[in-house]
Ligand binder design. Structure first.
Ligand SMILES: *Cc1c(COP(=O)(O)O)cnc(C)c1O
Length: 349
């Protein structure tokens, strides 16, 4: 797909939209007497509206990621970016989207909220990508395709070449959710943005960066797509507090935390595989493990009674019998294994 083929995919009402210009669009960052936005003049630390363009934070993220600021969108979590993509590209009641399954639940929730049909294509039994199946699910009204890699909850990353080959063949917007890319040896597709104008990459500060509570998601894409997303978002979608705290937290080195989690992931996977009631621990490129057990509901309830909360994914097609377990601190993982030792000894299952 070429750049010029993206614009016609945008809904007509969005294409003709004149963006709301905020009182604070001019004079950004310069000192002055601000009598333009009906704010309180009394300083509280938060009496002024935040930068609607998030210039400082975007520049910092641009440096870290090696992606120009005009290709960066910041949202109230990745969830905001997901919702915006539906609102920008899908005409309710007419257009549809395609996604892999099992995967992140927000794609179909956002589709349903926006009145957009979601066509889910089951991963192959070994959780590999059903490339032809995904394309076969498309018709002339398919505007978005969602691929999560590493995938939640299966934990595997798909080969970059397979995703890019789909992006080449799909005449719509290819959304690749890389929330867990920091834990994966497969790496990000962001260096390929130049060659794929229909590629939208989602990342987040919620996982490896440890800022889930701040709500900061990122989208990287062609500058035209970023421009439209910025035009449709709420003007002040990232609060002053989030912008300030994120700038601070981005100074914190996270590389050693990430390698610590990867190390713990390996140890935890090995220990879990040793239990009689564990049928399979799936290979993971993320910060969690998908574990197939004999009786997921019973084990889930037992862990809950021990004060250990994991995610029961056993009702998802393709994940029968599975719990999803986040890799925690070494002390937390130890506590989990101690509880599982008791479970195995007691043969409660
Ligand atoms: C956790 C997660 C996110 C992050 O969502 P935020 O709204 O940024 O917190 C995005 N995608 C997937 C697949 C996730 O598992």
């Amino acid at each position: 797909m070429t750049r010029s083929e993206i614009e016609p995919l945008v809904r007509g009402n969005i294409r003709s939209l004149a963006p709301y210009s905020t009182a604070r669009d001019e004079y950004q960052g310069k000192p002055g007497v601000f009598l333009d936005a009906n704010e309180s003049p009394y300083p509280t630390g938060f009496n002024r509206y935040p930068d609607p363009r998030q210039k400082a934070l975007k520049e910092r993220i641009s440096d870290i990621k090696g992606i120009p600021p005009e290709r960066v969108f910041l949202g109230n979590g990745s969830d905001e970016a997901i919702d915006l993509l539906f609102r920008i590209f899908c005409e309710p009641g007419r257009d549809n989207a395609v996604a892999i399954a099992p995967s992140y639940g927000m794609y179909s929730v956002a589709a349903a909220i926006n009145g957009v049909e979601m066509r889910e294509v089951q991963l192959n039994d070994d959780f590999s990508l059903p490339g032809d199946g995904l394309l076969a699910a498309c018709d002339t009204n398919t505007r978005l395709m969602f691929i999560c890699s590493p995938n939640n909850p299966t934990g595997n990353a798909f080969p970059r070449s397979e995703i890019l080959s789909l992006a080449e063949r799909f005449p719509g917007i290819m959304v690749v959710d890389e929330a867990y890319a920091d834990f994966s040896s497969e790496g990000s597709l962001s260096p390929r943005l130049d060659d794929y104008p229909n590629l939208v990459i989602l990342q987040t500060l919620s996982k490896a960066w440890g800022m889930a509570g701040l709500r900061l998601g990122m989208a990287f894409a062609d500058s035209y797509i970023i421009k439209v997303m910025s035009m449709v978002k709420y003007p002040y979608n990232i609060s002053q507090a989030a912008q300030e705290q994120a700038l601070k937290a981005l100074e914190r080195p996270v590389a050693s935390e990430i390698s610590g989690i990867i190390d713990q992931r390996g140890k935890l996977a090995e220990a879990l595989a040793g239990y009689g009631f564990v049928k399979k621990v799936y290979p993971s490129e993320a910060n969690f493990l998908l574990v197939k057990t004999e009786n997921a509901d019973a084990l889930y309830g037992y862990l809950l009674s021990e004060g250990i909360i994991v995610r029961n994914r056993s009702m998802l097609k393709g994940c029968e019998g599975c719990l999803r377990i986040t890799v925690g601190l070494p002390s937390e993982n130890k506590k989990l294994l101690e509880s599982l030792d008791k479970y195995e000894k007691g043969a409660i299952h």
